[in-house]
Design a binder for this molecule. Structure first.
Ligand SMILES: Nc1ncnc2c1ncn2[C@@H]1O[C@H](COP(=O)(O)OP(=O)(O)OP(=O)(O)O)[C@@H](O)[C@H]1O
Ligand SMILES: [Mg+2]
Length: 251
């Protein structure tokens, strides 16, 4: 049986730079996997390749055995991959709720406010999914607030809510804890654990090692575009190649 998500010798170059270099990995359904590596290691590029925001220069991406490389981000989202962005993609002048419907609409492929009854049913579903996503991240009370007016910490959850509104089977999170304080990071860890317990497959890019090592079942390490280690947190923390990759790098 093929893995839930697989990359096969996946590569992406920018000019002469191999941002992602021959990366093969397999993620099983229901896993919570950390993706770590020094700045510029290629983590975000790998996420972009999986979610269709960047086209591969070589190799393949397979979801449940089917190739998804070459599909649009929209099609990949509809197949069940939701993601967040390292640089938050929040529309500050829209309400919290409307920011989330952007995600839900992507899933339903239809605009809101239509006069046709069958479209009305869809728009009701979008509304319901958006509220459910906001409830899941604890932002229901802020639904009508302007996104610009909620705290940075809450905006990080809004970014997650938008991905959840697509009801993804696979959720990929790009540095969700960046900029959060210690208490907020602990709360986020609990939240990610709860998403995982509900059965979601999750890949987490994070620089906060304590967070990664405490919640992830497996950790994949990238350095200079290449996968240099893949294993249980204990093993990865003791790996000589990993330590070397981080040496002299100011995290
Ligand atoms: N669109 C692009 N055009 C040119 N170079 C790029 C582009 N995107 C990424 N790169 C380069 O590819 C390399 C990998 O970048 P990437 O953002 O994937 O790293 P990262 O592991 O996510 O780093 P960080 O931890 O800082 O977020 C870097 O050298 C980066 O400058
Ligand atoms: Mg990145």
């Amino acid at each position: 049986m093929s893995a839930f998500l697989e990359t096969l010798q996946l590569g992406r170059t920018f000019g002469g730079l191999k941002a992602v270099d021959d990366v093969s990995m397999a993620i099983e359904q229901g896993e919570l996997v950390g993706l770590i590596g020094p700045n510029g290691a290629g983590k975000t590029t790998l996420f972009n390749l999986i979610s269709g925001f960047t086209a591969p220069s070589s190799g393949e991406v397979r979801l449940k055995g089917e190739r998804i490389d070459g599909l649009t981000p929209h099609d990949i989202a509809r197949r069940g991959i939701g993601r967040t962005f390292q640089n938050l993609r929040i529309f500050p002048n829209m309400s919290v709720f409307d920011n989330v419907t952007v995600g839900a609409i992507g899933h339903e492929t239809i605009g809101l406010g239509s006069i046709f009854p069958w479209q009305k049913a869809k728009s009701d579903r979008i509304t319901q999914k958006s509220f459910a996503a906001l409830e899941a991240v604890g932002l229901l009370a802020e639904a009508d607030d302007l996104a610009a007016n909620i705290s940075y910490g809450k905006r990080k959850y809004l970014e997650i809510a938008r991905a959840l509104a697509m009801q993804p089977e696979l959720l990929i999170l790009d540095e969700p804890a960046a900029g959060l304080n210690e208490t907020e990071t602990r709360q986020l860890a609990d939240f990610i654990r709860s998403l995982h317990r509900e059965g979601r497959t999750i890949i987490l890019i994070e620089h906060d090692m304590r967070l990664v090592m405490s919640i992830c079942e497996r950790v994949i390490v990238l350095a200079s575009g290449r996968k240099i280690c893949d294993g249980k947190p204990d093993m990865v923390q003791q790996d000589a190649g990993v330590l070397e990759a981080y040496l002299g790098v100011d995290e």
